[in-house]
Design a binder for this molecule. Structure first.
Ligand code: T4K
Length: 366
């Protein structure tokens, strides 16, 4: 088949555009610690995400840890095991206990109807994940959080630019984390952002991400989670092209759906009502009793053709730290989906021909 088609491929701005963006750094020699690129990117992201308080960080994971630090939480955090391990690790690394809630079988986000039963007197927050860019049921989650006085912190790593009922997804919850990793719809090579509803938390995270230094006062034992100017410059370039990137992904997703809809045993993610998608991932669920082959058979067939589909997210993160892979809590739907999920290649410029090739390999297996 020629070149390998991997699960994703970083979008790149025209190289001259990046050179132009970084050229003045050679004059100023101001390379990090909240420089002009950093300030400009925060401002542009506030506009794009339709929010007021965007704090850039070195990566999404550190943004998540910093959010937890800002809220100074103790106890248990209700979350989903069907996510990248960063979500769970952030909770554990901040001295909190993850409590795993099951997911919905159609959009793979946390099942808000199962959250309340998991609340104890130690629960301090809910950390749902807009997995693949699918939006969590914020109305139900917020109602529960208000009833019990809990924080809502969204892992929105996959949801950059998603809009729901005309609102930016970053407007939901007390805080959200976005990942700007090279593999994401919008990236700054490495990077991430914390978005807060309240301005005071934006001020607090600026301390957390810079050692807790406030002038001559060492206010807090913060770490270092700042984004540097070269990454911010890449973000500024990529933001100019984000609409084209999302459009190209959308074309590929529509083609995948045309090809794969209706194949027995291949489940596609539900298309959510009132959601403007960013087409971050294209997951399929392979049900072997109907399809006749397992998810791993599909992985092998694609791999034989130099196509790198990925098992995002297997194993479940409820096994973190247990080499035997024992789940901390039973989440049967998440377990079933995790055993059967497969993300097919999706990136800007993948090309309809490549989507068709991938789908043909899958169809030929049936
Ligand atoms: N929460 C959620 C729900 C997340 O998904 C993530 C990250 C986070 C939190 C944490 O955010 P960050 O701290 O990462 O900002 C990748 C990414 O490293 C990770 O960012 C992402 N989620 C996760 C789902 O996927 P790997 O180990 O699968 O990446 P890797 O190196 O195998 O790359 C996958 C493919 O991407 C490659 O086959 C080719 C392509 N690629 C990769 C790199 C590194 C590129 O085209 N360019 C590149 O520079 O974790």
């Amino acid at each position: 088949m020629g070149d390998k088609i991997l699960v994703t491929r970083s979008s790149m701005p025209p190289i001259e555009e990046y050179f132009d963006e970084i050229r003045d750094l050679w004059n100023t020699r101001w390379l990090t610690n909240s420089g002009v690129k950093h300030t400009e990117l925060e401002k542009k992201l506030c506009e794009y995400l339709t929010v007021s308080n965007v704090a850039l960080c070195v990566n999404g994971h550190q943004a998540l840890e910093c959010i937890l630090e800002v809220f100074d939480l103790e106890g248990e955090v209700i979350t989903t095991p069907f996510t990248f391990v960063s979500t769970t690790n952030a909770i554990i690394r901040k001295g909190l206990k993850p409590v795993f809630c099951d997911i919905k079988p159609d959009d793979f986000t946390i099942d808000a109807d199962k959250i309340e039963a998991l609340i104890t007197d130690k629960t301090c927050a809910i950390m749902p994940v807009h997995v693949y860019g699918n939006v969590c049921d914020d109305d139900k989650i917020t109602a529960i959080a208000e009833k019990y006085g809990l924080k809502v912190i969204y892992d929105a790593a996959h949801a950059f630019g998603v809009r729901v009922n005309g609102k930016g997804v970053a407007e939901l919850g007390d805080a959200s984390m976005f990942s700007f990793h090279a593999t994401k719809v919008f990236h700054s090579v490495e990077g991430g952002a914390a978005v807060f509803k309240d301005e005071e938390n934006y001020q607090k995270i600026n301390l957390c991400k810079n050692f807790g230094i406030n002038g001559e006062v060492l206010e807090h034992a913060g770490g270092n989670s700042k984004m540097n100017e070269f990454c911010a410059a890449m973000g500024l370039c990529n933001l100019r092209h984000i609409d084209d990137a999302i459009k190209s992904r959308g074309d590929a997703v529509r083609r995948y759906r045309e090809n794969l809809e209706g194949i027995k045993g291949i489940q596609l993610s539900v298309v959510q009502d009132n959601v403007e998608s960013n087409y971050a991932y294209f997951p399929i669920v392979v049900h072997p009793e109907e399809f006749g082959k397992t998810r791993d058979d599909v992985v092998c067939a694609l791999s034989d053709n130099d196509i790198g589909a990925r098992k995002y997210f297997y194993p479940l993160t409820s096994t973190v730290g247990d080499p035997a892979g024992v789940h901390l809590q039973a989440t049967p739907i998440a377990e079933k989906i995790s055993e059967r999920i497969l993300c097919l290649p999706l990136f800007e410029g993948i090309g309809i021909e490549n989507v068709d090739k991938i789908c043909k390999i899958i169809k030929d297996l049936a």
